[in-house]
Every structure is written in C-alpha cells, then in structure tokens.
Design a protein around this ligand. Structure first.
Ligand SMILES: Nc1nc2c(ncn2[C@@H]2O[C@H](COP(=O)(O)OP(=O)(O)O)[C@@H](O)[C@H]2O)c(=O)[nH]1
Ligand SMILES: [Mg+2]
Length: 445
C-alpha cells in the first residue's frame, strides 16, 4: 500500500534534500512530480490541487529559498501539508466511561470488512480491559451471524444474535442485555449492500436511532479508491459518521482514498485494516503515514530544531568563512552561545545520518566550553581576529587572565588551527557542509 507514492515522494525527498541551493524551478518541478504521483495514487483532484497550491505558495516563500537547507525545508513543507490533509494526530475512539455501555455501530457496503473489523475492534477493546458484546444485526443471510459467532469465539467475547428478527430489534435487545449484564462496549455489526441504496440507508438509520451509538464507523475498502470517498460521503449524509476504518490497507491499492477522506468529508480515518487476521488493525497516525510516504525518518524534527536555533543569514556567512578559512576565534566565541541555545549537541548530531556515535560526549561538556570561552575572552580583539599573532608572552598573559594554564591555551590554539583546516575541507564537500548545517563549530576543539 502506498508503495508507488512512497517511491516517487522519497525520490523527490532524496534529491531535494541533497541540494544546498534550490531554485524556484526546482520547486516547481518537484511540485509537478508530486501532483502527478498523487493523481496516479487516486487522490481526489480537489485534494491534490489544494495540497499542491499550498505547498508551492509556502515553498516559494523567501524563508525556504534562503534557509540553511532549502531542500530539507521543502520536504518538511510537503510533510506538514500531508499531515494537515490527514488530520492532526491520531483520532481515538470516543467512548463513555467504564460504568456504562458505549455503542459502536459498523456501517459500510457488503464485503467492505464490517464483520471482520467488528471482531478486530472487539479484540482491541478487550485488550484495553473492556467487556465487549458483539451484536449480529446483519440479517440478510443466516451465514452472516454465523461468521460473527466464529469470530467472537476467536476473540473470546460474547455475541448476541436473534435469527429471523429485524436488525433494529436485534440491536436494541443487544443493548438491553449489555446494560443488564454490565458490558462496557456493544459493537453492532450491520448488513451491507453491493451499492448504496435507499433501503439500506433506511435500515441502518433505524438501527442507529434504536441504540444511539457513540461511534458510527464507516468501513471502507481501500481497494475501491476514490469510490470509497463517495461511499463514505453518502453514508455520512444519512448517518453522520464519526470516523472511517480503511480496510484492506495491506492490499496493493494505490491508497489515494486515505489522503482524501478528511478534506472531502471532514471525518478522520481512525483505523486501518492491514490483513485478514483479527490482530490486523492499527490506529491511523497521520504523522507516520506522511513520514512513510516521504521515506524519511528524523529529517523533520532535525529541520525544526535547526531552524529554531540558527539564523539563516548568519549561518550562510559562517559557511563562507569556514570555506575560506577566515573563521576566527571571535566567530568561535559566537558559537558557544549558539551551542548552548541548541541544548545537547549530542542529540542534535545523532539525528544526522552517519554522525551517530561519532561524537564523544565528553568533548562537548559544559565545563570545557566555559574554560575555552574564558580563554578567548581573555584575548584582545586583535588576537581573536588573528590568532597567529599569539606568541608565548601573550599566551602567558591569556592563561593568567583566564585562570587557566599556558598548556590549556596552547591546546586550544592548536585544536582551533586543526579544526579550521578540517572545516575548510568539510565546507568544500557539499554534503558535509550540509550536515554541518553551517552553524556548528567543530565539537572536537
Ligand atoms: N487483506 C485484508 N482483508 C480484509 C481486511 N478486512 C476484511 N478483509 C476481508 O474482506 C472480506 C470481507 O470482509 P467482511 O468482514 O466479511 O465484510 P462485510 O461484508 O463488510 O462484513 C473477508 O474475506 C475478509 O477477510 C483487511 O484489512 N485486509
Ligand atoms: Mg458482514
């Protein structure tokens, strides 16, 4: 599921985030590719337009093009727009407290996965310590109640059935039983049709009115693509659904429906069915889906963190200085304040692929920063701007002034020289430059 979309998007993400400079054209091209991919994935046209327009607008803004890493910034925008499309945060089931009966009504077309999902939900809720009763209100064929019975036994929950009765009557009686016997949740399985029709809607409406459910879940088959959205819309008009379960998300369907529900009918996808087994139900996490589509891990949180702490223009200047080796002790001093603002360098650096485990925490400790800061502060401006003039007499003076030793001053100067060379090399290497993100001083000084 979503493989094709993921393939295209992560390709764009890789390409864009590898660019330390991107142009308006790069953005327009990428947006065009995104548009095609979304349409191919069967995402609703209106949704695609909205996503594309918002992304373009924001991405062409000055802040992106001039940011430390415009490529990653662009990806973050796409990511955020997808999350916004899918809804903010996982949408939980809204059930009552444990001392009363909450009701979940299952709705949907025939074969969409209502009965299976009813059992999956029962398993989930049972796992949360609730007593669940299943009601077999699909009376179109006797086998329907049998199917639910088998599943109920598998899950280990009770079932209420009344063969030859009416759906609304079964639901009402099940509710009575649930109340009397102190069940916490009643899940009502209903009949579907091949298509949305009046009779079906009337029937399920009667069931709904009989039990006044807390949740009306529309089970939609992911494989039906855009159709699933239309179906959900019809059901919503009659039943005012509270959420969607997208079943068969494990199939090789194109997945566009998942991205369309929220914007088209304003109702969240609450769960996805990911297989035929009763364990195969997962809450729907917009963040995860978006990250998965973009094929990225921590890129987003990395960009956010960096953004908070480094001013773009400053960072650019710094990058230039690093490349030309005009980075001075004065600049270095600036870095102390910035590093402190960033919090733990370790955690920041670990988010960068390939950097994890390479940094020795002891080299980053606050005491050492303080000592180095004191040494630099004891230098004259002239010395900070050109550390090469600091001969032995000056070193002695600086050591005294900073309350350190000559050897500490020597060490700092030696390390500073070494790091400058390293920075220059790194800055020349585009990729590393990016990983350094312009703002960070070498931690090994
Ligand atoms: N692969 C897969 N199959 C599913 C999923 N949910 C339901 N099914 C299958 O879809 C078919 C119809 O499901 P059922 O629950 O009987 O649909 P109902 O008519 O709406 O009650 C069954 O063969 C289920 O095993 C799912 O999430 N993944
Ligand atoms: Mg069924």
């Amino acid at each position: 599921m979503l493989e094709k979309l993921t393939e295209t998007f992560s390709g764009i993400a890789r390409r864009m985030s590898g660019n330390s400079r991107i142009s308006e054209n790069n953005i327009r091209e990428a947006v065009e590719e995104i548009k095609t991919a979304l349409l191919e994935a069967d995402v609703n046209l209106r949704v695609v337009r909205r996503l594309v327009n918002r992304t373009t607008e924001e991405a062409l803004g000055e802040r992106v093009l001039k940011s430390v890493n415009p490529g990653q910034q662009f990806i973050k925008i796409v990511h955020d727009k997808i999350v916004a499309l899918l809804g903010d945060g996982a949408a939980e089931l809204e059930l009552k407290g444990p001392d009363t009966v909450s009701v979940i009504l299952m709705a949907g077309l025939q074969g969409s996965g209502k009965t299976t999902t009813a059992a999956k939900l029962a398993l989930r809720l049972k796992g949360e310590g609730r007593r669940v009763l299943l009601a077999a209100a699909d009376l179109t064929r006797p086998a329907a109640a049998d199917q639910l019975s088998v599943l109920a036994e598998q899950v280990g929950v009770a079932i209420y059935r009344e063969d030859g009765s009416k759906p609304e009557k079964v639901a009402k009686n099940a509710y009575k039983k649930a109340k009397k016997e102190q069940y916490n949740v009643l899940i009502v399985d209903t009949a579907g049709r091949m298509q949305v029709d009046d009779e079906l809607m009337k029937e399920i409406r009667r069931v709904k009115d009989g039990v006044n459910p807390d949740e009306v879940l529309l089970v939609a088959d992911a494989m039906t693509g855009q159709n699933a959205v239309e179906i959900a819309k019809s059901f919503d008009e009659t039943l005012n659904i509270t959420g969607i379960v997208l079943s068969k998300f494990d199939s090789d369907a194109r997945g566009g429906a998942a991205l369309s529900f929220k914007s088209i009918i304003g109702k969240p996808v609450k769960f996805i069915g990911v297989g035929e087994k009763i364990e195969n139900l997962e809450p729907f996490y917009p963040e995860r889906i978006a990250s998965r589509i973009l094929g990225m891990g921590d890129v987003v949180s990395l960009v956010e963190k960096v953004q908070e702490t480094i001013e773009t223009d400053e960072a650019e200047k710094l990058q230039e200085k690093m490349a030309k080796s005009t980075f001075t002790l004065e600049d270095y001093l600036d870095q102390f304040a910035r590093m402190r603002k960033m919090g733990s360098m370790q955690s920041l650096l670990e988010m960068i692929p390939g950097m994890a485990g390479q940094i020795d925490e002891s080299k980053l400790d606050e005491k050492q920063w303080k000592r180095e800061e004191a040494i630099i502060l004891s230098m004259t401006l002239e010395e900070r701007r050109n550390h090469r003039i600091i001969g032995p007499p000056r070193r002695k003076r600086i050591a005294r002034g900073s309350g350190t030793s000559v050897s500490a001053v020597n060490r700092l100067l030696k390390n500073f020289d070494k790091s400058r060379t390293m920075m220059r090399k790194m800055a020349k290497n585009k990729k590393m430059q990016q990983q350094l993100m312009g703002g960070m001083a070498d931690p090994k000084i």
